[in-house]
Design a protein around this ligand. Structure first.
Ligand code: ADP
Ligand code: MG
Length: 313
């Protein structure tokens, strides 16, 4: 039997209100499993409840109801083992500016009771490419370096699960790639990675499976492939053998856009037509087709469909 890395059941969180703000139900009974060995994406718009969920796993937020099981250990009844099996990098970066990266990792190793001989601070600094910053004060590190140091810190006790809350929010393209590589390397070594992001391209590239939450509710939990395949719209761009005499519109098309004298781009719903039918319809207007390119809908299209407010709401 393969056990899940993380099991979340009916997880609920209501933040108590005060004079200034009413109570907020941030998680409304969320259930899903994170399979072992995967890179798992937790997606959702701002305010969806992603950080609340992660902070509950990290012990930073007390849940209102439901359960979380980490690597076979319940976070309530077996808190110690649950904690030992997960490394979490919260969304907010905080750490003591007066320690060096090496000291940060050594201190963390000490907190987990790992003997000096067994600590792997040097290897971790190398893994996150901070070996040349070994002795620099943490306050002198760039934002990206700090984030990498926090990843190393989360891995000090060699947990089988690494959780990253918005690891690439506000970082430049170069650094984002570095972090992606790092996630890939950790995963290749067997670490189950959970990350939240609102960069859909990132989730599509990195994650095997994606759960989407919106307003505290789980609205999807599928393989990335399945999610992307949910997109109903398809786009085909055709080069014609002569100039377009005028717009071409057919019932089967959602949209037909003239891109250039001889280039037409047709958007169609794949439930209503096939690419072959689209091309045949264009030919029926008396055009020969010289070239065809299709654009697959991507995760962004699906995400927008799923999280769009219901009409009339
Ligand atoms: P996400 O990480 O998906 O952007 P969060 O989990 O941070 O979402 O927030 C979910 C909801 O809970 C939001 O409406 C947010 O304003 C609210 N919230 C988050 N933290 C607190 C808090 N400490 N007190 C009150 N409300 C909070
Ligand atoms: Mg967040």
């Amino acid at each position: 039997m393969t056990q899940s890395a993380i099991e979340i059941r009916d997880l609920r969180k209501t933040y108590a209100g005060n004079k200034k703000s009413p109570a907020k139900e941030a998680l409304k009974g969320v259930s899903f499993d994170v399979p072992q060995g995967q890179v798992f994406g937790l997606l959702g718009p701002n305010g969806a409840g992603k950080s609340t969920l992660i902070n509950i796993m990290a012990g930073l937020v007390n849940k209102t109801g439901g359960s979380v099981n980490i690597w076979g250990h319940d976070i309530d009844s077996d808190h110690r083992n649950a904690k030992l099996n997960i490394g979490i990098v919260p969304q907010e970066i905080v750490f003591d500016p007066f320690f060096t990266p090496f000291e940060v990792l050594e201190n963390q190793g000490g907190m987990y009771g790992i003997s000096k001989a067994l600590r792997r601070s040097e290897a971790l600094l190398k893994a996150v490419r901070l070996e040349d910053k070994r002795n620099a004060y943490a306050r002198t590190l760039s934002g990206g370096m700090k984030r990498r140091l926090l990843i190393a810190k989360a891995m000090v006790h060699s947990p089988p699960i690494l959780v990253l809350d918005e690891p690439t929010a506000g970082v430049d393209v170069e650094l984002r790639r570095q972090l992606w590589d790092l996630v890939g390397e950790m995963n290749a070594e067997g670490v189950t990675v959970v990350l939240t992001t609102h960069y859909l391209e990132e989730a599509e590239q990195l994650c095997e499976r994606i759960a989407i939450i919106n307003h505290g509710e789980l609205i999807a939990n599928k393989t990335t492939r399945e999610l992307v395949d949910m997109a109903r719209e398809k786009i085909v761009r055709v080069s014609l053998d002569k100039d377009l005499g005028g717009p071409i519109m057919e019932e089967a098309f959602t949209k037909a856009e003239v891109i250039d004298n001889r280039v037409l781009e047709v958007t169609y719903n794949r439930d209503a037509a096939s690419a072959g039918q689209v091309l045949a319809l264009i030919q029926q207007h008396g055009y020969g087709i010289e070239d065809v390119t299709t654009r697959e809908a991507d995760l962004e299209d699906v995400f927008v469909q799923l999280t769009a407010p219901a009409e009339g709401a």
